[in-house]
Write a new protein. Structure first.
Length: 167
């Protein structure tokens, strides 16, 4: 019986490591982010997003223009359109949502983790290290969108949502 203990310890350690590595971060939806990211003091990220175009990009797929662009398949079900207009698994109706840019929030949304950048990144938060990396993210959709031009600097001015200085 005594000999079985170290074996069990090894088995448990193995299972634990496996579980840690196969941990899947999942999308939780913007309502979860709203709880902590709506106040003026914190920078009103949710109300700002709600007022801007990204939150309306899925709705745009029900317009007459969308029908013209996707004549054979309803645009709201066309993967070619959803790729940019509603890409977030389980939350396509939220359009280009918080987690589209920031990564799936199931693990990083906890307050104790959110307060720590390194821990947030280890738990699924996208790490933007420079303006160039932000631009790259934008261009993943804006580089070739209906042949419209995209000026990163002015576009970022329109959608940025910083935490106020001193917070
Ligand atoms: C329990 C409260 C809480 C929830 C829920 C929450 N956050 Fe946060 N988040 C914070 C706090 C606190 C900070 C630290 C900055 C601050 O004081 O506003 C933060 C910081 C961030 C940052 C900057 C982090 C960094 O290190 O660069 C991002 C991006 C962010 N949150 C996105 C999200 C998204 C997306 C969601 C939803 C999936 C979410 N948060 C849910 C409380 C929360
Ligand atoms: C590569 C990313 C991308 C793809 C793929 C894409 N779109 Fe768009 N779409 C955009 C962007 C970015 C804009 C906003 C800039 C602009 O108007 O050119 C936009 C704008 C629109 C608009 C106008 C929105 C408004 O508020 O007036 C409609 C309608 C639209 N797209 C429908 C579609 C349909 C339907 C499809 C699929 C056939 C599609 N899009 C595929 C990125 C994309
Ligand atoms: C997942 C795809 C996607 C990503 C990533 C993305 N966008 Fe968009 N963006 C869109 C779509 C789709 C629209 C059109 C929404 C509509 O009008 O219905 C749009 C609209 C906009 C608009 C409003 C159009 C206008 O001219 O007023 C701005 C500004 C914008 N995006 C800036 C950015 C910036 C800056 C980034 C990077 C931080 C970014 N976007 C990342 C898909 C994306
Ligand atoms: C189009 C992409 C995009 C969308 C949509 C988006 N964000 Fe961001 N967000 C960014 C980028 C890029 C940054 C800048 C990151 C940096 O500078 O490190 C940022 C910064 C932040 C910050 C940190 C601000 C600071 O000053 O430290 C918070 C908090 C945040 N976002 C929360 C949210 C929440 C909540 C939502 C949804 C309601 C959301 N974001 C939607 C791209 C996006």
């Amino acid at each position: 019986m005594k000999k079985a203990i170290p074996v069990l310890v090894i088995v448990f350690a193995f299972v634990f490591i496996l579980a840690a590595y196969s941990q899947d971060f999942t999308y939780v939806g913007s309502a979860k982010c709203k709880t902590c990211h709506k106040s003026e003091k914190r920078g009103q990220q949710y109300p700002l997003w709600e007022a801007r175009q990204h939150s309306k990009s899925f709705a745009a797929l029900s317009t007459d223009k969308a029908k013209e662009l996707s004549p054979d398949t309803p645009a709201a079900e066309n993967p070619k359109c959803l790729k940019c207009h509603g890409p977030t698994e389980g939350f396509k109706e939220e359009g280009v949502t918080c987690e589209t840019c920031h990564g799936p929030g199931s693990a990083y949304k906890k307050l104790s983790i959110m307060k720590d950048h390194a821990q947030s990144v280890a738990n699924g938060l996208t790490d933007f290290k420079s303006a160039d990396e932000i631009k790259k993210q934008c261009l993943s959709c804006h580089a070739d969108a209906h042949e419209s031009s995209f000026d990163f600097a002015s576009a970022w001015e329109k959608v940025k949502h910083p935490v106020p200085e001193g917070e």
